[in-house]
Design a protein around this ligand. Structure first.
Ligand code: PEP
Ligand code: MG
Length: 586
């Protein structure tokens, strides 16, 4: 007898529709015996614990390398967070202190302290910290198993492609499952920033997370439909529902393929204005994707990727090779190479100083590099040497005053001078631009425009510094918006100052990849946008369907508004009218 169809709602974590039978992934529940030890054994147990940490660290590092080369930075970052926990000496010492004080063996001590830490993070209101609880849980299992003589288990084996249902999945489990052609993920835990969500998006697998009690209602082999666009899961679907979703699935596949095919067309508005749609990248291994979507070059290369997760600094030679390969790959288009933007939430252990109270207002980006001139100069030398085709431009992050731009120019001059002395060939001429992401740079934009060769607006930081809203704090996330009227004025002021001085002004913050923002940005006068490669086909299509005069009119309607909500309402109404087939979340 056909079971009754049941619909469950959760968070739409990764888009796409999957239809198939499910595989319920059950985590083994276990805990080590509380084994006491004599005082004589304390040191030996501490050593056993450290050996286990080293073994697990090694396993995760190895997995990190393959993950990075196969799946890219998003997935690798998840494992980096786990490595950071294993490198936290203060935390590791807590476990040693537990062994010493309570006289329990290493496995039970690690189990207990990790469990306490996990519960602590689980109780926090910030989703980011709650996610760390899962890292801790996962590490606890690996460590205890290692101490009890078991290493990474290859425990999950799908007999055939299936939709995986779990309470929560560790990144390793998710990757292992992906390698077995999983059709989708449903988890009872998690939100948009949960590991399963990040990993599923990076892999392009549909997912719905945060579906309470779902795993209690379903067993392996049950038929389900997973709708990653709307965050719905349908258990025991009726034949008509399956037929309906098959149609939708086909439509989406065709639309995606069409967008990708059209992505190679030149991006001109209906009335013939050429708009450069470039890609933001962090790693060299993103090149194939950006070539696939026919990006008009690279509008922002975040070079931090080359400096993070290693114990040394990349040499001038190594940087030259990487920059040259990337510049070659996108030629004749441009490669806008941003100098190191470290600090804030990206810490460089090789050169780290004391932890800062307010890292986003601290020793970040250009400030940091000007204090490490040798490293700064070495990066600039590499950029000059790599510029054999003349398509590299250099971009300075977090510039707040003219003296920083002037000092950076001096370092660039001395980089040229040193290269001359060393007899290394290079192209002397290179454009030097600045990120506009601090309000002081907007206010002085006319002065900057006389000395910088171009501007690139970084809305991610500009929003946080203009509105005093931490870009990573979900408690104030409702206040963070690039549609705030003050932010829109900042953007327009920058554009006007650049235009008056005759220098190009582009945008590389997330706003440039927000479909809702595109008509407004074109109306303001942007001709250069840079965004994540996964968004390029859709954004190009939107640009191609718009005419400049309708965008200018829209900008006129929005500009006088004094509330974010009004701006969003006007933009949403326009978008829904012009692009009814594209779903936007205001
Ligand atoms: C920005 O701030 O908008 C930007 C593009 O830089 P990042 O996100 O790397 O700070
Ligand atoms: Mg920034």
């Amino acid at each position: 007898m056909q079971k009754r169809e049941l619909v469950f709602s959760g968070v739409a974590a990764s888009p796409g529709i999957s239809i198939g039978s499910c595989f319920v992934f059950e985590e083994p529940s276990w805990h080590p015996e509380p084994r006491t030890i004599s005082a004589r054994k304390v040191d030996a147990e501490k050593k056993r614990f450290r050996t286990a940490v080293a073994a697990v660290r090694k396993d995760i590092s190895r997995s990190h390398q393959t993950t990075f080369s196969q799946f890219g930075s998003d997935l690798a970052e998840v494992l980096e967070m786990q490595l950071a926990i294993l490198d936290d000496q203060v935390f590791l010492e807590e476990i040693e202190a537990f062994i010493e004080k309570e006289h329990y063996d290493a496995a039970y001590a690690a189990y207990t302290v990790f469990s306490q830490k996990k519960d602590f993070f689980m109780g926090m209101s910030n989703a980011y910290f709650r996610e760390r609880a899962f890292d801790i849980q996962h590490l606890k299992e690996l460590l205890v198993k290692s101490m009890l003589g078991e290493r990474f288990s290859g425990k999950i084996a799908l007999k055939k492609p299936a939709i995986v249902i779990a309470h929560n999945l560790s990144p390793n489990d998710t990757i292992q499952l992906h390698l077995q052609k999983v059709l989708g993920f449903v988890t009872t835990m998690g939100g948009k920033t949960s590991h399963t969500a990040i990993v599923a998006r990076a892999l392009g697998v549909p997912a719905v997370v945060g579906v309470p009690r779902f795993s209690d209602q379903v067993k392996s082999g049950d038929q389900i439909i997973l709708d990653g666009n709307h965050g719905e899961v349908i258990l025991h679907p009726e034949p008509e529902t399956i037929a309906d979703y098959k149609k939708r699935q086909e439509k989406q596949r065709a639309a995606k393929a069409r967008l990708l095919k059209e992505s190679s067309l030149e991006t001109r508005t209906q009335d013939g204005h050429k708009i450069a749609v470039r890609s933001n990248i962090e790693f060299e291994n993103e090149l194939p994707q950006l070539l696939k979507v026919s990006a008009d070059g690279i509008g922002l290369f975040r070079t931090e990727g080359l400096f993070l997760n290693r114990s040394d600094l990349p040499s001038e030679e190594e940087q030259t090779e990487v920059y040259r390969r990337i510049a070659e790959a996108v030629y004749p288009n441009k490669l806008v190479l941003r100098t190191l933007d470290i600090g804030g939430d990206k810490i460089l252990p090789q050169l780290a100083g004391e932890p800062e109270e307010n890292p986003f207002l601290g020793w970040r980006a250009i400030r940091f590099w000007l204090d490490h001139r040798e490293g700064f100069q070495s990066q600039l030398k590499a950029a000059l040497r790599a510029n054999t085709r003349g398509n590299i431009q250099i971009l300075l992050p977090m510039v707040s005053g003219l003296s920083e731009l002037r000092q950076a120019r001096e370092v660039l001059d001395s980089a040229r001078e040193t290269l001359r002395k060393e007899g290394k060939p290079f192209v002397g001429e290179v454009d030097l631009g600045i990120m506009i992401e601090i309000p002081s740079a907007v206010i002085l934009a006319d002065q900057f425009a006389r000395e910088a060769d171009f501007f690139s607006i970084g809305t991610n930081d500009l929003v946080q510094y203009t509105l005093a809203v931490d870009r990573g704090n979900e408690r104030v996330a409702n206040l963070y918006s690039h549609f705030h009227p003050a932010v829109l004025r900042m953007i327009k002021m920058t554009l006007d100052a650049g235009r008056a001085a005759g220098i190009p002004v582009g945008m590389c913050g997330e706003m440039a990849g927000d479909p809702l923002a595109i008509p407004l940005l074109l109306g303001m006068g942007f001709q250069e946008l840079s965004l994540s490669h996964s968004l390029i086909p859709e954004i190009k299509k939107i640009v191609r369907d718009l005419a400049l005069d309708e965008c200018q009119e829209l900008y006129g309607d929005v500009f006088g508004e004094n509330s974010t909500q009004r701006v969003v309402d006007i933009l949403t109404a326009f978008f829904r009218h012009r692009f009814p087939e594209i779903e936007v979340e205001p």
